[in-house]
Design a protein around this ligand. Structure first.
Ligand code: NAP
Ligand code: GDD
Length: 337
């Protein structure tokens, strides 16, 4: 068991929740940064909750926001983490076209605020940056650590900036900072407006007779979809290396949105063609057509390899939706996300 201390930004998100579970299971003391909100946002980590009045609580939450550099520095100073996993971001590609400036200041500059706080406090902590396959944009697959970036959204442009500022703090100041270039990874905890969760959720509702149609945009886009719990293990492995580096994490297989529809609806006993409607609001001004990762460096150096591929992932997600208490339709058609 480890006696290390970690700070996770984005602990209330999909990846943050799985990473918190993983680190707690390894004996870490886990601190998480959460945003103040008028309603609770901790549903994904409620099962990990420990009474903070108990002195041996291993999970501790702190208010803070990526926009607030002085708060981040003060937290680092008091927590003194060995490892910082920076997962917080405005992470929705379609939304980034509506909110490009906000996406830049959180997804891009948020990384600089954390790295600058590490530099100013002089902490010898290791730093993980949640980089993204979205940075490759139109670069032809398979994409690896040496592929060219061609960002196709404000989100991707912000992630490219964050990737390079992470490398710069490594080269300029010797910070043990790594980029995990993760391809799409999903789970039953995936945000409800990402396409896999949207499809799995709708398939379960249609199977139960609670709705009839699902509105989607581009069905031809291809993604390399993996299973989120496996991907947070790769993040941890990256920070255990003696030398910092950058790693692609992916399954190496790609399927279209249309394929994923087929997997989910078939598993729910449905014919997807009877239920899908096109809605142009879900199209992006510029699209990323085809992502397939080459994760051979991660396999070689980290001993990491994906085992769950899209067909099994679809079954996991639909089964979780079918087992869940029926919930309202979650398509946010007013927003186009
Ligand atoms: P997610 O579910 O959308 O979670 C994002 C997290 O960031 C949430 O905890 C959110 O808090 C927090 N956050 C957003 N803005 C913030 C701010 N201004 N200050 C503090 N916290 C803020 O994302 P995810 O799927 O877990 O992804 C984790 C990271 O990996 C993100 O950086 C994402 O861009 C990147 N990534 C994801 C994938 C993927 O396929 N999932 C692939 C490559 C890279 P609230 O709960 O309050 O909203
Ligand atoms: N969200 C959404 N909603 N996507 C749709 C829809 C729809 O109704 N219809 C078709 N799509 C298509 C999108 O155009 C895109 O090509 C594909 O489905 C996947 O969309 P998302 O699930 O929103 O994910 P993403 O690939 O744009 O971004 C995710 O993966 C990135 C890694 O490549 C996010 O998790 C990013 O944060 C992450 O960096």
């Amino acid at each position: 068991m480890s006696d290390k201390t970690a700070l996770i930004t984005g602990i209330t998100g999909q990846d943050g929740s799985y990473l918190a579970e993983l680190l707690l299971s390894k004996g870490y003391l886990v601190h998480g940064l959460i945003r103040r909100s008028s309603t609770f946002t901790t549903q994904r980590i409620d099962h990990l909750y420990e009474d903070p009045h108990e002195s041996d609580a291993r999970l501790r939450l702190h208010y803070g926001d990526l926009a607030d550099g002085s708060r981040i520095a003060a937290l680092l100073e008091s927590i003194q983490p060995d490892e910082v996993y920076h997962l917080a971001a405005q992470s929705h590609v379609r939304v980034s076209f509506d909110e490009p400036e906000f996406t830049g200041t959180t997804t891009g500059l948020g990384t600089t605020r954390l790295l600058e706080a590490i530099r100013m406090t002089g902490l010898p902590c290791r730093f993980y940056q949640a980089s993204s396959s979205e940075m490759f944009g139109t670069t032809a697959p398979p994409q690896s650590e040496s592929s060219i970036f061609h960002p196709r959204s404000p989100y991707a442009a912000a992630k490219v900036y964050a990737y390079w500022i992470t490398r710069n703090y490594r080269e300029a100041y010797g910070v043990h900072a790594v980029n995990g270039i993760l391809f799409n990874h999903e789970s039953p905890r995936r945000g409800e407006t990402f396409v896999t969760r949207k499809i799995a959720h709708a398939a379960a509702r249609i199977a139960r007779g609670e709705q009839d149609a699902l509105h989607l945009g581009n069905l031809e886009a291809r993604r390399d979809w993996g299973y989120a719990p496996e991907y947070v293990d790769a993040m941890w492995r990256m920070l255990q290396q003696d030398e910092p580096g950058d790693y692609v994490v992916a399954t190496g297989t790609s399927y279209s949105v249309r394929d994923f529809l087929g997997f989910c609806f078939e598993h729910a006993g449905l014919d997807w063609e009877k239920h899908i409607r096109f809605d142009e609001r879900y199209l992006r001004p510029s699209e990323v057509p085809d992502l397939v990762g080459d994760a051979s460096k991660a396999e070689r150096e980290l001993g990491w390899k994906a085992t769950v591929h899209a067909p099994e992932l679809a079954r996991i997600m639909v089964d979780a939706e079918l087992a869940a208490v029926p919930a309202p339709a979650r398509e946010r058609s007013l927003t186009g996300a």
